[in-house]
Ligand binder design. Structure first.
Ligand SMILES: Nc1ncnc2c1ncn2[C@@H]1O[C@H](COP(=O)(O)OP(=O)(O)OP(=O)(O)O)[C@@H](O)[C@H]1O
Ligand SMILES: [Mg+2]
Length: 439
């Protein structure tokens, strides 16, 4: 069966030309001329890849991209962009586009990128989404997922960074009979600038503030019928918490500039690696909202408490990356496994995954021996510097500063970021990069 490609382009001549190039290469192609008809076609026809122009009226390429993201349909989207609008394409990349091509489109390059996209897509569908691990605690978590998916109660997912909170939220969506055909919308409360967060959550009407040139659907509306995943909920500013509480309790929202509330039907999942209960005590998080979001609580255990899962996950990531990089099948030596079993994995599964990726590259597809990983694993996650051992190591110094700022601010990332004079997302990035955690 030929692979199915959805081509979205408003300029008729170019659309016909590209359709011809792609069908000549053996693909089955359907076309659309704007974001709205593209999404309709996507829903009905279920293509394996989407190739979309960015600037279209009335609904643009970002609308198409968002549909894929919100509905958890992890197929590659390639963006076509005119010369001079590369910035917009970069924005699209940030929103999950697989790659972009500039116009005029080079046909050889087009076919190459499409081929790569399809390969990446096949790879993803075989591997994405599954919560691996046979330890008792992970089996319990998997049992809990079916139970959680069967109700509409709010679920708070806790756990250290990299333990799989987002993966779990997506698994609840996939398992929920009532919600799985509806969207899965993730909103990261930590990465959106404060002044935009309200509109990202609840939407706005045209003209409701300077720069609001069109109506905008917020996450609540986009998630209607499905699941809204509020990631990093501990970073939600206090000022927005009453409005969120109202939306969760009353199942209705009031977009900025609207005069009438809009009903919504969705299940709310939220997640954080902060100690929300402690934040409630310190009056940094509203108690009433905490109880609303926390109807059911699940805590994902750190990797170091999952016994043999380290081995199972390492082997799974190993075969994933050897295939991805095109190396022959590779084994993990017993000595290498021993090093991994005794390491504490402060960055949890994410860190293990990254380490395996780098080890595969470093050992070029040969057996993974301790040498492949010992230089990748930090000896201790955070080095401490004192007067007797002056710290001239920039990386260690940075880690030290991050840790000090976090501790001084009781792990409140907003405050720590302010003190370090960096954005909250820059701070989060560094916390992840160095696998810094509270324990
Ligand atoms: N049990 C698991 N099986 C397979 N992959 C996993 C598992 N848990 C986590 N991962 C992988 O580890 C990475 C981190 O997972 P995820 O983003 O869900 O963690 P998180 O708890 O949301 O982290 P953070 O708090 O930093 O946002 C992802 O690449 C995910 O696919
Ligand atoms: Mg996460």
């Amino acid at each position: 069966m030929p692979e199915k490609i959805l081509l979205v382009e408003d300029e008729e001549k170019l659309r016909r030309l590209l359709q011809l190039v792609l069908s000549d290469a053996g693909y089955e192609v359907k076309t659309a001329s704007d974001g709205g008809s593209a999404v309709r076609c996507w829903k009905e026809w279920q293509p394996s890849l989407v190739l979309t122009d960015l600037k279209m009226e009335p609904l643009d390429g970002l609308h198409v991209l968002r549909y894929g993201q919100d509905h958890n349909v992890d197929i590659p989207c390639i963006i076509l962009t005119a010369y001079g609008t590369v910035e917009a394409a970069v924005e699209a990349m940030k929103n999950g586009a697989f790659d972009f091509l500039t116009k005029p489109v080079d046909h050889v390059q087009l076919l190459e990128v499409v081929k790569q996209g399809l390969e990446a897509g096949q790879f993803k569908t075989h591997h994405s989404g599954e919560l691996l691990g046979s330890s008792d605690v992970m089996q319990e978590i998997r049992d809990e997922i079916s139970m959680l998916a069967a109700t509409d109660s709010a679920v708070l997912i806790l756990g250290e960074s990299g333990t799989g909170k987002e993966l779990m939220a997506r698994a609840i969506h996939r398992t929920s009979l009532k919600r799985k055909n509806g969207p899965f919308v993730r909103l990261n409360c930590a990465s959106i600038p404060l002044d935009l967060l309200e509109s990202e959550l609840f939407g706005h009407k045209k003209g409701s503030f300077t720069g609001a040139t069109t109506d905008h659907d917020g996450a609540f509306i986009r998630a209607d019928g499905g699941i809204l995943f509020l990631d990093e909920i501990g970073d939600l500013p206090l000022a927005l918490q009453p409005k969120l509480l109202h939306a969760v309790e009353e199942k209705e929202i009031l977009p900025l500039g609207a005069n009438k509330p809009q009903p919504v039907s969705l299940k709310i999942l939220s997640s954080t690696n902060l100690d929300l209960q402690e934040m409630v005590r310190r009056k940094e998080f509203r108690m009433d909202l905490f109880y609303r979001l926390n109807t059911i609580q699940v805590t994902l255990p750190p990797l170091r408490e999952r016994g043999n899962d380290v081995e199972e996950l390492a082997t799974a990531f190993l075969s994933f990356f050897t295939r991805e990089f095109g190396f022959p099948d590779t084994a993990l030596s017993n000595d290498a496994l021993h090093v991994m079993r005794t390491y504490s994995w402060p960055g949890n599964v994410r860190e293990l995954r990254n380490v395996m990726e780098r080890a595969v590259l470093k050992c070029q597809g040969k057996e993974i021996v301790p040498d492949c990983i010992s230089t990748i694993l930090p000896e201790t996650t955070v080095k401490h510097c004192d007067d007797s051992t002056p710290c001239l190591d920039l990386v260690a110094k940075e880690q030290e500063l991050l840790l000090t700022a976090l501790k001084q601010n009781n792990w409140n990332k907003t405050k720590a970021a302010r003190e370090l004079n960096i954005s909250r997302s820059a701070l989060r990035y560094r916390i992840k990069k160095y696998g810094i955690s509270k324990s």
